[in-house]
Write a protein that binds this ligand. Structure first.
Ligand SMILES: [Zn+2]
Length: 179
């Protein structure tokens, strides 16, 4: 789990992220969470992409097994259950604090007026996207985003069990040429 500042992503890390996404990674400013093997699971993305597009989802879940698990959870009608947790004033307050922490982390990479005050996943009062909320929970660590924590707890995926196509590819030392 990592919040800003981040070390710059390496070429190997960006290659793994691009493979996970099935398209070139754009605007990645850091690796915010990792699989047990070291591969990225969450990237931090600049709030304005290189082409100028505002991008609110600062913590973006990239790992295919993780995104699939969140899609499965969303399809099992867990969203109303998670939203109901916000009826508890302590959970609601924690979720609001998570929203503010999210905006604070993102603001370190520039203010973007189009998304001012907008975080991700439905924060601070709704539950709309478990991918975004789990991404934040993985980056910030347990105890910051209560809904993201709960989504991960109910998920079949965990960063402690590697399910990568190429385990450790992001952190492997470049092999010496044998040519
Ligand atoms: Zn892995």
């Amino acid at each position: 789990m990592t919040t800003p500042p981040f070390p710059a992503p390496t070429t190997a890390e960006l290659a793994v992220v691009s493979a996970q996404l099935g398209r070139p990674a754009r605007g990645v400013v850091g690796i915010a969470a990792r699989c047990a093997c070291g591969n990225p699971t969450v990237v931090a993305t600049t709030p304005r992409l290189p082409d100028g597009t505002p991008f609110p989802t600062f913590y973006y879940l990239t790992h295919p097994a993780a995104t699939a698990a969140m899609s499965t959870l969303e399809a099992t009608q867990v969203m109303p259950d998670l939203a109901a947790l916000l009826d508890d004033e302590h959970v609601a307050a924690a979720y609001l604090a998570a929203h503010e922490a999210y905006l604070s982390d993102r603001a370190q990479f520039g203010e973007v007026p189009e998304i001012d005050g907008i975080s991700a996943g439905g924060m601070p009062t709704r539950v709309k996207c478990l991918h975004a909320l789990a991404g934040h929970a993985l980056a910030a660590g347990p105890g910051v985003n209560p809904i993201g924590d709960e989504a991960l707890a109910r998920s079949s995926w965990s960063p402690s069990t590697c399910r990568c196509d190429d385990p450790g590819a992001a952190v492997r030392e470049p092999e010496a040429s044998t040519a």
